[in-house]
Design a protein around this ligand. Sequence first.
Ligand code: ATP
Ligand code: MG
Ligand code: FE
Length: 348
Amino acid sequence: TVVLGIETSCDETGAGLVAEGHLLSDALSSSMDEHARFGGVVPEIAARAHLQAMLPVVRTALERASLEPGDVGAVAVTAGPGLSTAVQVGLAAGKALAFGLGVPLYGVHHLAGHAAADVLEHGPLPQRSVALVVSGGHTSLLLLGDLARDRVVHLGDTADDAAGEAFDKVARILGLPYPGGPSIDRAARDGDPRAIAFPRPLTRPSDPPYGFSFSGLKTAVARWVEHHGGPGGDGVAVADVAASFQEAVADTVTRKAVAACRDHGVDTLLVVGGVAANSRVRALAEERCAAAGIELRVPPMRLCTDNGAMIAAVGDALVRAGAPASPLGLGADPSAPLTGALLTGPWG
Ligand code: ATP
Ligand code: MG
Ligand code: FE
């Protein structure tokens, strides 16, 4: 079965085609540039851009796979979590395509998509793994069983900002361009990660072992910059601040992820989501997993940030597991908790 995956939860309009665990094609359109001057994604602008890009992106994905619409055997679409108005555009398109083509619809959880992205590169997941999801909207540690059969345990989440959000906000403080993650990653290359000892939030023994918090770290950076002459001031070496902040995030998330594996007797760690594209997060995860005898799986960069292929990968897993399709009355769920990959909504 060829599965068409559709993703519109944020500012990326994605369509991807997957069959039997194999990536056939992927197409993407981003409204990122339109949000840059606002310093963050504007939901209304994102929704409008999705509406314009949706069908052309689907057509491009089909063309790249040399397939026709009639070759699609199932449609998988992000039903949440994400920006409500943005999710609704993709969901409406997915429903219309499934209805028009007479194929089943699968409403999928966006975070399951981030995890499933890795399957396209490294093959099926083992029976148990730990997933560190570090993205623009989430920072979570998950104990993954069979994604398609709803076997997911939430070990911990961020109490405030997500890791990607922290990157974006700190970039703003430093006057680096949006999106902040890649900007900080680039700036940090010339900096000293030990120049400034920023806090490692929630790493004391009495803290929740799998909990995260980044708003205090962001404030610590803001205060440090303020005390050193403000943004653009002579006292602020942007590269050192970027490298030191990046080190604090990478240190915290990889330390907790490896601990989660050890505590649960799991020997595979997945690091997924946009922040998994960060060079220091990748390097430190590699180092610590190697030392702990844990197999590390990180999707290639282009599959770390939002895309349609990862949603198709979840749909493919659901189809092959014989999961029930979602009803065509499926609604968007902007803050859906992750308990499994399939979102069936209030009518399910
Ligand atoms: P969610 O998946 O939680 O709904 P999202 O879809 O907006 O959120 P992603 O697209 O997975 O998030 O990731 C985007 C985030 O990843 C942004 O915050 C961006 O700054 C961050 N990011 C991208 N590349 C890097 C990088 N090299 N280093 C650090 N952060 C990065
Ligand atoms: Mg994005
Ligand atoms: Fe995402």
